[in-house]
Each structure stands twice: as structure tokens, then as C-alpha cells.
Ligand binder design. Sequence first.
Ligand SMILES: Nc1ncnc2c1ncn2[C@@H]1O[C@H](COP(=O)(O)OP(=O)(O)O)[C@@H](O)[C@H]1O
Ligand SMILES: [Mg+2]
Length: 328
Amino acid sequence: MQRNPMEKLLELKDLTVSFKNNGQKITVVRQVSLAVEKGEILGLVGESGSGKSVTAKSILGLLNASGKTRVSGKIFLNGKDLLGEKSGQGEKLRSRKLAMIFQDPVDSLNPVFTVGYQIAEVFMAKEKMSKKPAWKKSIEMLKRVEIPSPEWTAKQYPHQLSGGMCQRVMIALALAGTPELLVADEPTTALDVTIQAQIMRLLYDFNEKTGAAILFITHDLGLVAQFCHSMAIMLHGEIIEKGRVEDIFMNPLHPYTRGLLNSIPVPGKKERLRPMAQDLGMDPRSGGCRFFNRCSRKTNQCEWETPNFLEPIPHHFVQCFNMGLSHG
Ligand SMILES: Nc1ncnc2c1ncn2[C@@H]1O[C@H](COP(=O)(O)OP(=O)(O)O)[C@@H](O)[C@H]1O
Ligand SMILES: [Mg+2]
């Protein structure tokens, strides 16, 4: 499927999420601006706790709206701001255009219905099909995700299937809804390596054949290199670098990105890997660079001043005062 560059499907503008815990406000996603173009696979990478899932949940409308959670900024889907829409409208837009798969496929499915019924239900609700043809479509979807004996599988309950099978069912469910964007939050993290590769190939096919864009959340840079068109790197709730995958891998500009890339093994490279200094966790500063504590290139400015996004190379954005200097 041909990608149409420049057509933004999803656009986050200054997305900020904070939680109140025991009267204390913690901001876990800070001023995130990011766009997913129609038909592209964008990898959102970052260490555990950096705010990837909270970002995904804001897009999907899954954060519990309570006095304790505050979401601000804008989430445009095809130009419509999901947060600005009147109540219910945002949900309608989401249900028509978005699908999601998560790390725990067994728990993501409804335990009390067979997997075949859960897929059939999408056709009954969305296309007003009656039970029989919807069931037939459901089997067809299970075939498309290469489930062996789909007729038998359709009659099983989620807990009777393996994690890999349930993730296939989740993908079939997503396919049934013909979404424009699939949000996949660590979809293969809980699976064995061989199953992981099969699921990634299904997702890749999904993108190629339906043209749906994928926001692929992972901490695995190898998967990003293999499957994504563009990527964004998240650190302590902020995006610090974003651009095309080949540009970032060839020429990482942020010291944090360099550290991440240096810590993945390259076949044939004898040089020892250089692990990064350990993350010190909660960062109480309200401004300043989020990599300050671990950065070997920091200057005084970096402690309190937040760098703006620069575009030193077309389509390659970075948030750093001292980027691009050659260093190990
Ligand atoms: N409902 C919540 N209430 C308070 N803190 C939360 C909540 N959900 C997530 N967090 C915190 O937000 C931060 C980012 O979490 P998350 O987005 O899940 O990270 P990850 O990048 O690993 O997906 C973490 O420090 C987490 O503890
Ligand atoms: Mg997560």
C-alpha cells in the first residue's frame, strides 16, 4: 500500500498528563507533540516508566477521567480534537477509527465469550450483520491471521488458548473493525521469540494490506529498526528525538539516543557495549533536560532550561543544547 506522506492521521500537540497522589501532582507525560501519518508505522521507544502507555491510553481514551487524572493539550484524529469534542463524540470517533492491542492478550479479551463470538460481535455491531454471516466473517478473520483450525479455535474461550493465539485473535479483532490507526502497546513483549516474529509479521502485513497506520510502542530498538518507518524516543515523559528510522539510526543526535543505540549488540562488532548510567528515577525539576543526571555532555544551562525542539536536519527533530558533537 502506497503511503501518502504529509497527511497527518494522528497529531498530539503538547499532550500533558498528570496524576494526583496523596495531594501531590506528578506529571508523567509532558508537552508531547508527535504526528503519525496515514499508513505509517511509528515506533515509540523508551525505558520502562517513561510514559509510553500513558500516552497510548490518552489517545485511546482509557485514562480514568477523575479528579486525580488531568489530561491537557490536543489529540487530533483526522483534524478533529478528541479532547475538545463534546462528551461522547470523541468516543464515537475513536470507536470508528482506532483499534488496540496490548502486552497481555489473554487478559485483553473478554473471558466469558468465545473468541469467535467476540469477533462476530464487531460485524454485528458495525455492519448490522445477523449472527450467521457474522460468524462466517469471524472465521475468515481468524484465517487471515493464520490461525490453524479456525473453526475449532472460534469456539474456544480466551483462557483455553496460548498467549500467541490470543494475540492473533486480538489482531483479527482489530482487522474486523477496519481501523485507520492501530495502537499496539508492547504487543510481543510477553511472547516467546519465535511467536514474537510471527506476530510482528502479521502486524506488518496488516499495515501493508489495509493501509492502517500503526503506533507501535516498544522498548526493543531491534523491532523498531526492522518494522518502523519513523520513530520517537521518550524519556521521563518527554519526546527528546524523533524522525525517520534510518536517519536516527545512522545519525543519532541526542546523547540519550546515542546511549540507547550503543547498548544494543551489533553482529560482528567487537567493541564492547557501553551501558548507560542508571536512571535515577523521579526527577523533581519542573524544567531542564530530562537526561541531565546521566549526560556526559551537560552544561549549566541543561539543568533548569528546557531545550526547544530543533530540526538541524530536515524531518529530524531533537531537544538538546549540545547535540551532534561526536562522542561515544
Ligand atoms: N493511574 C496512574 N496513577 C499514577 N501514576 C501512574 C498511573 N499510570 C501510570 N503512572 C505512572 O506514570 C509513569 C509512566 O507510566 P507508563 O506510561 O505506564 O510507562 P511505560 O513507558 O513503561 O509504558 C510511571 O511512573 C507510572 O508509575
Ligand atoms: Mg507500558
